[in-house]
Ligand binder design. Structure first.
Ligand code: SF4
Ligand code: MG
Length: 338
């Protein structure tokens, strides 16, 4: 069967004064309903840009999209702004790091959730208000029939995040895109929000794309993982595959600071030496080669001259010139340390 979301060879290029920024450069993946795909990478790896493109929230004046984005069989790249607006909030929805930016300070929480519902269902104000209260209850806001008339500033940070989730889910979207939604929250609230998302997914069968720079979050919530570097996918697989037996040196670097999969979730990324690549003038060959400590193990100057293809078998694989034998040997220390 066709996957619920299917992205093929997506390219997102921005025109700038200095030239064309290739923020996403040939990305493909599928996502089924009821599953969570974790997209992980440093800032500037293209993970947020990819999802803004799916939502149709990129700036059409300077952004060029190529490839295919199929949502339930509908092509989104060629869809009109009106069609996209109808899909957003209804069939697909998003939550971001900053709830304050998504909520208007001038309207009550209930009015905002209700308005989203009315826009897509044509429900009456009375029905929409009841629905808002119901959603606030679902996301764990105490006394929702009272709090529904509060303004965003009367909510704590964690409650605002819950309210944003309530607004995102009010129309039962089939796809939820979460871009670092818990980054600004303390660890306890973060864990509560993650549990809430998992519960809601169970209940509604939502497909979730969870964007983060934090592998602890991935370990907690993802079914599948896609690792992005320099606008491309460098490794893909199930969470267990990617976190337990990484195949790409960049993933290995990202995992460097995680003592174990069962450890605390708030371990920061250990920085990988060197800077993320320029997307205006990406490095030749493998985009990771200027930072890769394994490049010297590859014969000749292959790493700096030839871009490694992403080789996938049943959705599992990586883009790196090292042979499987080399990886087993070179990454062995890592595997035993887990
Ligand atoms: Fe490192 Fe070469 Fe593999 Fe790129 S292709 S990750 S430079 S070993
Ligand atoms: Mg981002």
């Amino acid at each position: 069967s066709t996957p619920f979301l299917s992205i093929r060879d997506l390219r997102v290029h921005f025109g700038t004064e200095d030239g064309v920024v290739k923020a996403v450069d040939g990305l493909s993946f599928d996502l089924e309903k009821g599953r969570t795909l974790g997209i992980v990478g440093e800032s500037g790896s293209g993970k947020s840009v990819t999802n803004l493109a799916v939502l149709g929230l990129h700036d059409p004046r300077n952004t060029k999209l190529d490839g295919e984005i199929l949502l339930d069989g509908k092509e989104l790249i060629t869809a009109s702004e009106r069609e996209m607006e109808q899909l957003r909030g209804n069939k697909m929805s998003m939550i971001f790091q900053d709830a304050l930016a998504s909520l208007s300070p001038y309207h009550t929480i209930g009015a905002q959730i209700g308005e989203t519902y009315r826009k897509h269902t044509g429900a009456s104000k009375r029905v929409a208000r009841a629905r808002a209260i119901e959603m606030l209850r679902r996301v764990g806001i105490p006394q929702p029939d009272m709090r529904v008339d509060d303004y965003p500033h009367q909510f704590s940070g964690g409650m605002r995040q819950r309210a944003m989730i309530a607004m995102a889910l009010v129309c039962d979207p089939e796809l939820l895109i979460a871009d670092e939604p818990t980054t600004a929250l303390d660890v306890t609230v973060q864990a509560q929000i993650m549990d809430l998302l998992k519960d809601l997914q169970q209940e509604f069968g939502t497909a979730i794309i969870f964007i983060t720079h934090d592998l602890g979050v991935i370990a907690d919530i993802a079914d599948d993982v896609l690792v992005m570097y320099g606008g491309r996918c460098v490794e893909k697989g199930t969470k267990q595959e990617v976190l337990r037996t990484p195949e790409h040196p960049y993933t290995l670097g990202l995992l460097g600071s995680m003592p174990s999969l069962d450890g605390p979730v708030d371990v920061p990324l250990s920085p990988i030496p060197g800077a993320p690549p320029s997307l205006l003038n990406p490095p030749s060959g493998c985009r990771f080669h200027p930072r890769c400590t394994f490049a010297e193990k590859v014969p000749g100057d292959l790493c700096s001259t030839e871009q490694p293809a992403l080789k996938l078998t049943d959705g599992r694989g990586s883009a790196c010139h090292l042979t499987p034998e080399q990886k087993r040997e070179l990454f062995a220390d890592y595997a035993t340390a887990r």
